[in-house]
Design a protein around this ligand. Structure first.
Ligand code: SAH
Length: 268
């Protein structure tokens, strides 16, 4: 037993980038679950739920590299160093990320770093939170009449929301009938709203979905012109996805009629 272990420690381990999905453990892929169970070291991001981390083997070393416990998140370069050192020490390393590891997960940087060191990395996809958010609303992402495609976009580019050409996006979304799915957009919602209004009508339906797929999931539906106000009123915060587009028309109309029924009941 000992000599086997010793041998293993002297040879190169492995590294798998695993998508943990939006939070609900039942949305893990079988491949993701198997990789988590087989890992000897797991480097875990903040948005990965505790229930998923609990799937790891009892003896596995779990390293939280997010902002948990009030710490600032671990610098990217340090995470990459940790991954490399663990692989070189013969560990079966799983880098566990929320949603899909290749969507706004800085996976590109981690892949490049390990590949440059001659280490093969396997990637296991996860359900990205943008998809889970739209599913939570019970609407489609595309629609033969209303949406011919989708744009997944961050509201928080390296230089802030101002790095993104929201006006061009609004025009494209309007002209080509595209659904916008905005990650990390809640804190820049005012700017996003103002700039999108340059190319999209004020009554374009919008939804904000917080904690999609989790027990504490919440959402609000409003118009583009009401986005910031709704976020404040409903006290929606991170992690949330903002969905913009006419795929939400039916939902917005249903909400409007529910509100007017409520008002009538109150008046009556
Ligand atoms: N790789 C992840 C995205 C990482 S960026 C993915 O594919 O989902 C982090 C952002 O993802 C958050 O700021 C938020 O916009 C979104 N997010 C992650 N989990 C979420 C959830 N359960 N509900 C809503 N948004 C979520």
């Amino acid at each position: 037993m000992d000599s086997g272990n010793h041998l293993k420690k002297n040879s190169l381990g492995s590294c798998t980038l695993v998508g943990a999905g939006p939070g609900d453990p039942e949305l893990l892929t079988l491949k993701a679950l198997k990789a988590i169970q087989a890992a000897s070291v797991l480097l875990v991001d903040d948005l990965v739920s505790d229930e998923i981390v609990a799937c790891a083997a009892p003896g596995a070393r779990i390293v939280h590299v997010g902002k948990r416990g009030g710490c600032r998140s671990t610098p990217q370069a340090f995470i990459e160093k940790l991954m490399l050192a663990a692989v070189r020490a013969g560990e079966t390393v799983v880098r566990l990320k929320g949603g899909d590891p290749l969507v706004f997960g800085r996976a590109g940087e981690e892949l490049e770093h390990l590949q440059a060191a001659g280490i093969d990395v396997t990637v296991v996809n996860g359900i990205t939170s943008g998809l889970a958010a739209v599913t939570a609303l019970g609407v489609p992402l595309t629609h033969r009449e209303h949406a011919h495609g989708v744009i997944f976009i961050t509201g928080h580019a390296q230089g802030g929301a101002s790095d993104i050409d929201w006006k061009a996006l609004a025009a494209a979304a309007h002209n080509a009938k595209l659904t916008l799915v905005i990650y990390m957009g809640v804190s820049s919602a005012r700017r996003i709203q103002d700039q999108l209004l340059s190319g999209l009508p004020g009554d374009t339906p919008v939804a904000v979905v917080q904690n999609a797929s989790l027990a504490q999931q919440r959402h609000a539906v409003c118009t583009l012109a009401q986005l910031q106000r709704t976020i404040e009123q409903e006290q929606l915060g991170s992690p949330s996805v903002i969905v913009v587009g006419n795929v939400l028309r039916g939902l917005a109309a249903a909400q409007l009629s529910a509100t007017s029924v409520q008002r009538r009941a109150q008046l009556g």
